[in-house]
Design a protein around this ligand. Structure first.
Ligand SMILES: Nc1ncnc2c1ncn2[C@@H]1O[C@H](COP(=O)(O)OP(=O)(O)O)[C@@H](O)[C@H]1O
Ligand SMILES: [Mg+2]
Length: 293
């Protein structure tokens, strides 16, 4: 049997320490203060209204262009998209089908290359990184949750969560310990030995979330994570994501069609025709870009 392993799971020998974005701006808006307060890592210090909060976006993308080319057609999927996300923020990306949401996520996470523009993740410009360095960076920094749970049917819930850890070089014993901890965190302590077929859709998505969190990633990308779930189960999965975001100060970027799910995020970024139509920071990104030209 051949298993297709996502690039982000690939094992690499180079053990560069993870770099985190620093938090240093002298002045900040109320929104930024709110975000800084969400950050529980201790990096941001907000006290007595003092504006000492250093803030640097963990995700910063400028003028991203992505064109899919086939023999006779070119699809301009991203036409100059700009986005910034602060550490600890939960951002929902919404927009019509085909507006470029999945493409944006794939480009920001480095799963796919861009035709133009700059993407900086936690202070590192990803286009300057080799494929291997980027793969390793992704494995350490990022977790992925997709609409399809992508669980391996022959493995138990525990083994599904262990697998990426083992592939990343964590010892079997430690992988088992961490996988058990993550499954308990998502409320599945009593389902660890179940195979995916023996779990409900919501439970399978919880296993996928536990798997994406196994490495304690700084950023979790989720592409329509509740797309296959009924509305009650969607709410439960979203409750879980919000809880994880609050408790672990991880940054979440979630593509969703659901206004209800979007409403749970700190901010909604609206996409249309390959551009950010509204960045949710109180101004239209398109208008802001136009006025700065
Ligand atoms: N691999 C691909 N090859 C060619 N065109 C693609 C590919 N992936 C997406 N597209 C096109 O790019 C546009 C944006 O797609 P996508 O990012 O998937 O949108 P969304 O996630 O918002 O529905 C669409 O017109 C889609 O048909
Ligand atoms: Mg999509």
């Amino acid at each position: 049997m051949s298993l297709k392993v996502p690039l982000s799971w690939r094992r690499h020998e180079d053990n560069n320490p993870r770099t985190h974005g620093g938090f240093t701006i002298p002045r900040c808006t109320v929104g930024e203060l709110r975000i800084a307060c969400l950050n529980q890592s201790g990096a941001a210090a907000v006290s007595g209204g003092e504006r000492t909060t250093p803030v640097e976006p963990i995700i910063s993308a400028k003028n991203i262009v992505k064109i899919y080319r086939s023999r006779d057609v070119e699809v301009h999927a991203l036409r100059g998209a700009d986005i910034e996300v602060q550490k600890g923020e939960m951002v929902a990306i919404m927009g019509p089908s085909g507006s470029g949401k999945t493409t944006l996520l794939n480009c920001l996470s480095g799963l796919d290359g861009v035709d133009a523009g700059d993407i900086t993740i936690s202070g590192r410009e990803i286009k300057k990184m080799s494929d291997d360095a980027l793969s390793e960076y992704r494995a350490k920094m990022m977790g992925f949750v997709f609409q399809a749970y992508n669980l391996l049917p022959v493995l138990s819930a525990l083994e599904n969560v262990e697998l990426p850890l083992v592939l990343a070089g964590v010892s079997q014993k430690e992988a088992k310990r961490r996988a058990g901890e993550k499954l308990a965190q998502v409320g599945l302590a009593d389902r660890m030995s179940h195979k995916p077929a023996e779990l409900s859709g919501g439970q399978q998505q919880r296993v996928a979330i536990a798997r994406s969190l196994a490495n304690d990633p700084a950023i979790v990308w989720a592409d329509e994570p509740t797309g296959n779930l009924d509305s009650e189960t969607s709410q439960e999965v979203m409750d879980l994501l919000v809880k994880l975001n609050r408790e672990h100060a991880q940054t979440f970027v979630i593509v969703t069609h659901s206004a209800e799910i979007g409403g749970r995020a700190n901010r909604i970024v609206k996409m249309r025709d390959g551009r950010i139509e509204d960045d949710g920071n109180g101004k239209s990104a398109v208008a802001a870009a136009a006025s700065s030209r």
